[in-house]
Design a protein around this ligand. Structure first.
Ligand code: SF4
Ligand code: SF4
Length: 209
């Protein structure tokens, strides 16, 4: 019985004279290791709104809504970092490899969970024939740049790229037009080759003409 007590006493004395192991937070900011996985943060410039990160998020900390009623129509990527488990899947699978990165931010505690919600919006490209979503404009531009001269095999891609010059008025006209066309299921005509089309309208066009 005596020896264990002495050992504990020795440990207590050593602990008292040793340097501290705990940090002085919150008096002093805490230094995290170099590869620490903290709050995932979007880079607005590098993110193209493709949604790949949303698909691989295991906790639905990232969600996506396409809002066709907005003017112009937008894709909203909703981030709720209160349910993030910092797995790094989003960063690992990001299409551009730069759109989202886990930062070293760790002090994320809050009393109001609504403050952990962030919304990132990206303008959508709408099919000029049926009103379906073709993709995010930034995503199409990214594909266009990656393809280089090969992009000219896809008229929709080339027109979408030049559509970046399209006025706001034209965008709302197109959305309106697309909604009407959706209702009337317009037949494919030769002029459709010079429109921005979704894969299914493109298929229809190539099969019928
Ligand atoms: S780190 Fe994991 S849980 Fe958090 S947003 Fe990215 S994929 Fe989702
Ligand atoms: S995968 Fe990357 S580029 Fe695509 S939406 Fe997520 S962060 Fe943005």
């Amino acid at each position: 019985m005596r020896w264990p007590k002495l050992r504990e006493l020795k440990e207590a004395v050593v602990a008292v004279i040793s340097p501290r192991f705990t940090t002085r937070f919150p008096a002093k900011p805490c230094q995290v290791p170099e590869r620490y996985r903290g709050k995932p943060e979007f880079d607005e410039k590098e993110c193209i709104g493709c949604g790949a990160c949303v698909n691989v998020c295991p906790t639905q900390s990232l969600m996506m809504i396409d809002d066709l009623e907005a003017n112009p129509p937008v894709r909203k990527i909703i981030q709720r970092y209160d349910s993030c488990i910092f797995c790094g899947n989003c960063q690992e699978n990001c299409t551009t490899q730069k759109g989202i990165k886990l930062s070293d931010k760790w002090d994320l505690a809050t009393l109001d969970r609504e403050t952990t919600k962030e919304i990132h919006e990206h303008e959508l490209q709408i099919c000029e024939k049926c009103g379906a979503i073709v993709g995010v404009k930034k995503h199409l531009a990214w594909i266009y740049e990656r393809l280089g001269p090969l992009a000219y095999t896809n008229p929709s891609l080339v027109i979408a790229q030049s559509e970046n010059l399209t006025s706001q008025k034209k965008i709302s006209e197109l959305t309106q037009q697309a909604k009407q066309t959706q209702e009337t299921k317009a037949e494919a005509v030769a002029g459709d080759f010079m429109k921005i089309l979704c894969p299914s309208c493109k298929y229809e066009l190539n099969i019928r003409l």
